[in-house]
Design a protein around this ligand. Structure first.
Ligand code: DON
Length: 581
């Protein structure tokens, strides 16, 4: 058990010039043991951590990691492994991701010479206009962006994965698709998490979906096989016809036909003209490393701001020391990042996001000054709002080889089982990513996140995303850590918590992943803390924060290169497993 150590008092000493007329205060907090982990993590370590020499992949399902390994052993590279795992994870985690979803990927190949960012996220279809989602008073029509045909945006997953594989993979596509075709055909045993999601969403599913996920008119149960024959046919057609199949082939036609009675919300034209956005990744510096990650509409830029602000706050000696100071620094950095996200975040093709200024030293110092002034004066209080909770969904894959080639990719159909609609004859589940837009000002989405006009619905626009896949580099430019997470609004803070423990506190990658996390997302103004942290110190006694103890939704998947070893970790909060050799 954990030792609660003696109480220490923390005196706020102000040493810095810009702050005047402040009120000093003293806090009483116990010191905390440093190696606390979420419950049961130590016993699970063998399953959720893997050490290899050549190649390691961390995913959210053992079959997906096995598919990655299969592609690697067949002579593929990290991209083949990643694509093989992506197709499999979309079959074995249909509540998290799927081929009618989308995602982001950052790659670092050729021993650090090729660094690219791929945005294959869903886009609002031509028919997707904000007026369609609000009533006469401008209030969101309940559920329209969350369930049913209008909640889906034009999918980008298949064009994205195929483009990546074609451009950077080594194997024939058919080889890469082999594991997914086989698993869709022969089925796999439904596990607890999936069974729960099928049961809780049963009433919302369309009849075609119930046929796949049910038996004799009831939801399939844990242990029963999930066989997806139509989906295996789509995969076989993809192996033959490649992306033509999703742009104008039978699969595309079936999607368009399904939408005829729904005002042609998604049309053949949307599928045919879908464009994967390939670009330079954005670059940041934190934890002593150069970091490459996704440009907007990913929130990764705000995560980089959070990293830099945290580093700046470490130098501010007027802030409390010890664990109290640590929590304050983390929380206040997160608050700023999520505020910027809410106010500025959106598709850069429709709104200007000044990445350089958000990462500039001037900006970081100005924000750090404001935080210091606020905390030291103690002249502020917290206001509580609502947070809607969602179950686990979305997924992340991290892959790396011994030469530092890596892929970090987060993929999603947004909410659990997306729109809860299977397109007849395809086995494919529609996403509900229209909910990632800010439907109306002041109305939070399913993750409790607010947005501004920058993220309003417009035809062809990409919704703002929390998905922030990233790769930290060594001095030669090769990958050192590939990391990312699913978990809606908790994605950025999960990456922050993990890297903070790993790089700043010196815990192992596994201990960092399983360390209790802190999360603040600006609104609601609550510090969310994982339950195990409760035993360490009475956070509720901190005057600054409204605290809620809850299990984190997000799960981290990371691979790190340490000397001549590759360490893979799949979050012990989930069902995944890292594999390699
Ligand atoms: O892109 C986004 O921000 C969301 N669609 C991600 C959803 C997610 O991670 C859900 N996990 N609980």
């Amino acid at each position: 058990m954990f030792k609660i150590q003696a109480l220490v008092s923390v005196l706020f000493i102000v040493q810095c010039q810009p702050i005047q007329n402040i009120r000093f205060r003293t806090l009483q907090v116990p010191e905390a043991p440093s190696l606390l982990q979420i419950e049961g993590a130590a016993e699970k370590r063998e399953r959720f951590e893997f050490t290899g020499k050549e190649f390691v992949i961390a995913t959210d399902h053992p079959l997906a990691s096995s598919a990655g390994l299969y592609a690697w052993k067949a002579g593929g590279n990290v991209v083949d492994a990643f694509v093989a795992a992506s197709f499999v994870v979309s079959i074995v985690r249909p509540h998290s991701t799927g081929l009618l979803g989308g995602g982001f990927a950052v790659i670092n190949l050729d021993q650090g010479k090729t660094k690219r960012a791929f945005d294959f996220r869903e886009r609002a279809p031509i028919a997707g206009r904000k007026e369609a989602y609000v009533d006469n008073e401008g209030k969101p029509i309940p559920g329209k962006t969350v369930n049913g045909p209008f909640s889906a945006a034009t999918p980008g997953m298949i064009p994205g994965l195929l483009l990546l594989q074609k451009r950077y993979g080594r194997l024939p596509l058919a080889k890469v698709l082999e594991p997914s075709i086989q698993i869709a055909k022969s089925g796999f045993a439904i596990y607890g998490d999936l069974a729960r999601v099928i049961k809780s969403n049963w009433e919302l599913m369309n009849p075609e979906m119930k046929e796949i996920f049910g038996k004799e008119g009831r939801p399939l149960l844990e242990g029963e096989p999930l066989v997806q024959i139509d989906l295996s046919t789509v995969l076989e057609r993809l192996a033959l016809l490649e992306e033509m199949e999703i742009r104008e082939g039978q699969t595309a036609e079936k999607i368009a036909k399904f939408y005829v009675p729904y005002q042609e919300h998604i049309r053949l034209q949307d599928l045919k003209n879908y464009k994967v956005n390939e670009s330079e990744p954005i670059v940041g510096y934190a934890f002593g490393k150069k970091i490459i990650t996704m440009p907007p509409p990913s929130s990764a830029v705000h995560l980089l701001t959070i990293f830099q602000l945290l580093a700046e706050l470490q130098n501010r000696k007027s802030l409390p020391t010890g664990e109290v100071g640590e929590i304050i620094r983390l929380t206040e950095s997160m608050r700023v990042g999520y505020r910027d996200r809410a106010e500025l975040g959106g598709d850069p093709k429709f709104t200007k996001i000044d990445v350089q200024s958000l990462l500039s030293q001037v900006y970081i110092k100005t924000e750090a000054n404001a935080i210091e002034r606020k905390i030291v004066s103690g002249a502020w209080t917290s206001t509580i709002g609502d947070l809607k909770t969602e179950s686990y969904n979305t997924t992340h894959i991290s892959v790396m080889d011994k030469d530092g080639n890596a892929v970090s990719s987060t993929q999603s159909i947004n909410g659990s089982l997306g729109a809860k609609i299977v397109v007849p004859g395809t086995g494919l589940i529609l996403n509900n990513t229209m909910d990632d837009f800010a439907v109306a000002p002041g109305f939070p989405n399913i993750y409790g996140l607010l947005g501004s006009n920058a993220n309003a619905i417009e035809p062809g626009k990409t919704p703002l995303s929390s998905m922030s896949p990233m790769i930290l580099l060594d001095d030669s430019g090769k990958s050192e850590i590939a990391i990312g997470a699913p978990g809606g609004s908790q994605i950025p803070t999960t990456i922050l918590n993990t890297l903070y423990q790993y790089k700043t506190k010196g815990l192992s990658l596994y201990e960092s992943a399983s360390h209790p996390r802190y999360h603040h997302q600006y609104q609601p103004d609550i510090l969310f803390v994982e339950p195990e942290a409760k035993v360490r110190f009475p956070l509720t006694e901190l005057p600054f924060y409204q605290v809620q103890y809850v299990r984190h939704r997000a799960k981290v998947f990371a691979v790190a290169r340490e000397k001549d070893e590759l360490i893979g970790v799949s979050d012990p909060r989930g069902e995944g497993v890292p594999l390699g050799f």
